[in-house]
Design a protein around this ligand. Structure first.
Ligand SMILES: Cc1ncc(COP(=O)(O)O)c(C=O)c1O
Length: 398
């Protein structure tokens, strides 16, 4: 019986899973998927030891804010755990519309559509509005969800150098097509911490009638008035067609949003497969995001603290001679250049009670292997001091 099972089992997919080198390495060195036993703000417990969380995206530190927790609990009691279906089939709920209206107003857009994940919202922001025969101009370093959206659209893709308007101009000039064009960029690049050069990029896009999509997952809550994001930071509201993003970072929830004109959002609700065929975001997650949005507008201290912490942290890394890839935001990479340097550095931080995440090629360009860190408004002065000691220790270990 056992022998016939093995001889019959010729499924290539199973062999792929068994032999996958990246998975083998991941399991051997175990840098990812750690299971924390507890969390309170920026403090987590791992293997019985308290650690400082330095890789989550809780930029404003609202994930333990009492008003956010209360909003989530109340929504759960009032609306139950889930809407158990797509909005097109069993309807929206008033709480969906409420958050969409508030987000649209905050972002100075006519309309907004929220979904279960930033990944979903960002895929649909690209895939729904481009099709075969169109040309998409994409920054080389955009997030995986945007590449997935591009692939699904079946449009032709032309990459331009990261955050480089001169290269965009060259690439767009060489495009041999009078058909529809789209430009896809991030507002703040999540790995690099760079702010997109939106004034120059959108000017070129406009000259070439490009539909413009900005994924502002890491700019929302961090840049602009009260955290309105990168487009607001540059006062370019009328130059961008879609702002999409995530509610799992500054909004301290999970879910995603697409904000645009009413026509664009209604087209999305008809034509986006990710929207039509996927269940709606849950009551409690929507309520948590809405409470965070409210706090962003009424409690400026979180944004102020975030930037004060970021300045202090970056200065400390600089004093240690570490390369932060010219990050301009609370997403701060520590570029070490090879996986042989990244792993001991990451391990040393862990040993000293600081939890980070490594990112190695091909997830980052070759030679840019890095430790990705992100600062939160919740990091205390004492934690920043401990982080500084851990960094100094890790530098010696390299
Ligand atoms: C730039 C960017 N876009 C989209 C996403 C996806 O967001 P979510 O985690 O909410 O699915 C992420 C998540 O890391 C991101 O960094």
């Amino acid at each position: 019986m056992a022998i016939s099972f093995f001889t019959k089992n010729k499924k290539v997919q199973l062999a792929r899973c068994r032999d996958d080198y990246a998975t083998k390495m991941r399991l051997k060195y175990a840098p990812f998927y750690h299971a924390m036993e507890a969390q309170r703000g920026t403090t987590v417990k791992l293997d019985g030891k308290e650690m400082i969380m330095l890789s989550s995206n809780d930029y404003l530190g609202l994930s333990f804010h009492p008003k956010v927790i209360e909003a989530g609990r109340n929504a759960l009691l009032k609306w139950g755990t889930s809407t158990t279906g797509a909005r097109i089939s069993n309807g929206s709920r008033m709480f969906h519309l409420e958050l969409e209206e508030k987000l649209a107003r905050f972002l100075n857009r006519e309309a907004c559509h929220i979904s279960v994940a930033g990944y979903v919202s960002c895929i649909s922001s690209v895939a729904t509005f481009a099709q075969k025969g169109d040309v998409i101009l994409a920054d080389k370093n955009i997030h995986s969800c945007l590449w997935d959206g591009i692939r699904l659209s079946m449009a032709t893709v032309e990459r331009f150098s990261h955050n480089n308007p001169d290269d965009l101009r060259q690439v767009i000039t060489a495009v041999d097509s009078d058909g529809p064009k789209m430009m896809v960029v991030e507002g703040v690049y999540s790995m690099e911490g760079h702010i997109a050069r939106l004034p120059e990029l959108t000017e070129i896009a406009e000259e070439n009638d490009c539909f413009t999509v900005v994924d502002d997952a890491h700019g929302f809550g961090v840049l602009g008035r009260q955290g309105r994001g990168t487009v607001d930071h540059f006062a370019l509201n009328d130059k961008v067609d879609i702002i999409c993003g995530s509610m799992s970072k500054s909004l301290a929830s999970t879910g995603g949003f697409v904000a645009a004109s009413r026509e664009v959002i209604e087209y999305l609700r008809t034509n986006s497969k990710q929207t039509v065929f996927s269940a709606a975001i849950s009551p409690s997650q929507t309520a948590c995001a809405q409470a965070s949005l409210e706090i962003m507008q009424t409690e400026p201290q979180h944004l102020e603290r975030l930037w004060a912490n970021t300045r202090k942290y970056r200065a400390m890394l600089k004093s240690l001679g570490l390369d932060t890839w010219e990050s301009e935001t609370p997403a701060v990479p520590i570029v070490l250049g090879s996986k042989e340097r990244v792993y001991p550095f990451w391990k040393a931080l862990l040993e000293k009670g600081v939890f980070t995440v490594m990112s190695i090629a091909p997830a980052v360009p070759a030679g840019k292997d890095l430790i990705r860190t992100a600062i939160s408004a919740l990091h205390t002065d004492e934690q920043l001091e401990k982080i500084a000691e851990a960094m100094a220790f890790a530098v010696k270990k390299m």
